[in-house]
Design a protein around this ligand. Structure first.
Ligand code: ADP
Length: 468
């Protein structure tokens, strides 16, 4: 998990750097396009549709020449640019003037244009008009390239390279991107530079699909990890339960065998054939233990059958009332001291089910109620029908089951360990699991209503027999 997170982070970092380089390249391209367009548009307004114009003023040769012309404007060199339409041609007039020794600079005159005699104010006004167009050209180019970033344009004095519009050198240096300084077009007096303070947003935006897939990869890895852990935990719990089960079962199987062995041994050792009363007593003990052993084997075999899918319900029309009555009567005989009360339904309750398995279900529930209910247990068994279902309830006034265990008692091998008395009650943790599986195989449901100290009620809902 950690390795996969680290790998993802390394991969995303590399991707981030390469995307950043790519965005910078795109911004260079934007600036270069803006320079071209701005140059062209500044040449001779009104000539925008002229192909000849376009190819000439956007050619690299012209751009180089223009850049050189702009850079030549030192205090020793003066230059002039003029364009005009004369007859059928457009005339662009560029000239350079080198002052002689006796040249005296006229105050307030711009060095670049000497013939027109433009003042600095006029030139700066022209600059601001051109600057606005430059700004909208940058916007257009960024939009065309699908780059949405906050930017600013730094204005440099053409001669001293001082920043004129308030930005600091530190701010420009800290920015993720800054272009070269360009004069942008021939009419602009100063140099300009495009600065983008942060590229993070656009880089992340471009990486969005990678980020998303990375996120889902991590999510999937996390989920897989979680499920493996859960499975392992489950396996561990299962393994522990199995060990407990083996211990329980060994005890459960060994006890009746040991008791029978002792009984038979006593019969032969003390020649109890001469004492029929004692003999009968010992034989009865052996019978009870044998019965218990048989029940235990049945339970395991039944569950094994259900598990392997071999249990085929031998369904027939089954009278639930009759089945319950038989089990209750037999249990009353076995547990004479316990109070088992049966409250039958007034109407007949029939269903389509397997008599053997359903009898086992009733037997298990009543047996549990008697086992866990203590010495003075009262068990109420009832049955009634609704429009579509038969509701069977087995209720006792025993120690009850804490709500946290309600789902778990139906798990295989699970036995509530909290209840001190339960330690003394023998069991395998198989009964309720078997009951649930059989009820569900009949299309029914089982639930428990219980709490500590309030007794337990197991309620089964089974579908009524449907003639259709
Ligand atoms: P076993 O009885 O063999 O332990 P079961 O699957 O029949 O296994 O029952 C699972 C657990 O549910 C029992 O160990 C017991 O803790 C609890 N239990 C079942 N029925 C009752 C009941 N009527 N009253 C209290 N606890 C019960």
């Amino acid at each position: 998990m950690i390795v996969s997170v680290v790998l993802q982070v390394v991969w995303l970092r590399q991707l981030y750097s390469s995307q950043k380089v790519q965005v910078k390249r795109d911004l260079d391209q934007v600036v270069s396009n803006v320079v071209k367009s701005s140059n062209y548009l500044s040449m001779l307004p009104g000539n925008e549709g002229n192909d000849n114009f376009l190819s000439f003023f956007q050619s690299p040769e012209w751009l180089q020449f223009k850049e050189a012309f702009s850079r030549m404007r030192g205090h020793k060199v003066m230059s002039r640019f003029e364009s005009d339409v004369q007859g059928d041609s457009s005339v662009v007039d560029i000239s350079i003037r080198l002052p002689n020794k006796n040249y005296v600079r006229k105050p307030h005159k711009v060095q670049r244009v000497f013939d027109h005699g433009e003042t600095m104010e006029e030139q700066l006004h022209l600059d601001s008009v051109e600057y606005e167009r430059l700004d909208s050209l940058v916007d257009q180019e960024l939009m065309k390239n699908h780059i949405k970033v906050p930017y600013f344009i730094v204005k440099y004095d053409w001669e001293s390279e001082r920043i004129l519009n308030g930005y600091t050198v530190g701010k420009i240096r800290r920015a993720d991107y800054h272009s070269e300084q360009y004069s942008y077009n021939i009419r602009l007096y100063n140099n300009f530079q495009l600065v983008v303070p942060s590229l993070r947003g656009i880089v992340f935006y471009r990486m969005r699909y990678y980020l998303l897939s990375s996120f889902f990869m991590l999510l999937l890895t996390g989920a897989a990890f979680y499920f493996v852990l859960r499975l392992m935990k489950h396996q561990q719990v299962y393994a522990q339960a199995r060990i407990a089960f083996t211990g329980n079962m060994t005890h459960e199987l060994k006890t009746p065998v040991a008791v029978m062995e002792a009984a038979l041994d006593a019969i032969t050792r003390y020649q109890l054939t001469n004492d029929p009363e004692k003999l009968l007593q010992y034989i009865n003990i052996s019978k009870t233990e044998l019965h218990r052993l048989n029940m235990m084997i049945e339970k395991v075999l039944n569950l094994d059958e259900v598990d392997s899918g071999e249990t085929r319900l031998r369904s027939e029309l089954y009278d639930v009332q009759q089945g319950l009555e038989q089990v209750v009567t037999s249990m009353q005989l076995q547990h004479k001291s316990a109070g088992i009360h049966y409250h039958p339904s007034e109407e007949p309750c029939f269903l389509d089910g397997d008599p053997v398995h359903l009898t086992n279900v009733f037997y298990n529930l009543i047996d549990n109620a008697l086992k866990y209910g203590g010495n003075e247990v009262q068990v109420d068994v009832s049955c009634h029908c609704t429009e579509h279902n038969i509701i069977i309830s087995v209720k006792d006034n025993g120690p009850g089951i804490s709500k946290i265990y309600h789902a778990r008692i139906f798990e295989r091998f699970f036995r509530v360990q909290d209840n001190v008395d339960v330690h003394n009650v023998k069991g395998s943790g198989l009964g309720l699991n078997y009951v649930k599986q059989i009820v569900e195989k009949h299309g029914g449901k089982i639930r428990v209503v219980s709490d500590v100290g309030k007794g337990s009620e197991f309620i089964i809902e089974l579908p009524l027999y449907n003639e259709g």
